[in-house]
Design a protein around this ligand. Structure first.
Ligand code: SF4
Length: 119
């Protein structure tokens, strides 16, 4: 089982992420949270994000952790990317984390918790 972290940065411009230092967050996640791979994308919910998801996501037991906007919003906005990849967004495969309205430490702790809970 692999753990893949797909972090969506919302164009690095979303007011709801203004308290996040995204480069610092990404580097802390990379260094301190065990996982198989991580990527950052500016807008996973737009065409080029969905293209990426279609090419990358696999039904091979990989668990996808998505630090991004509110979970309910991700559910709608990331649906097409998962669908195009043929990967079902079940609770087992998809682990969303909301990093909106958080500072870097809070977002880091929330991502860490979700990744550590994966068995
Ligand atoms: S998926 Fe969410 S965080 Fe990512 S660009 Fe779309 S609205 Fe922003």
């Amino acid at each position: 089982m692999k753990k893949a972290i797909l972090m969506c940065t919302c164009s690095f411009a979303c007011p709801s992420m203004k308290d996040l230092n995204i480069p610092e967050l990404a580097e802390r996640v990379r260094m301190e949270i065990p996982h198989d791979f991580m990527l950052l994308h500016g807008r996973l919910c737009e065409d080029n994000g969905e293209n990426l998801m279609e090419s990358l996501l696999k039904n091979d037991g990989t668990i996808y952790i998505t630090p991004a906007c509110k979970i309910e919003k991700q559910k709608k906005l990331l649906r097409d990317g998962f669908q195009r990849a043929g990967v079902e967004m079940t609770d087992k495969i998809w682990k969303p984390v909301s990093i909106q309205f958080k500072n870097t430490d809070q977002a880091f702790e929330d991502i860490k918790k979700v990744v550590e809970e994966i068995k």
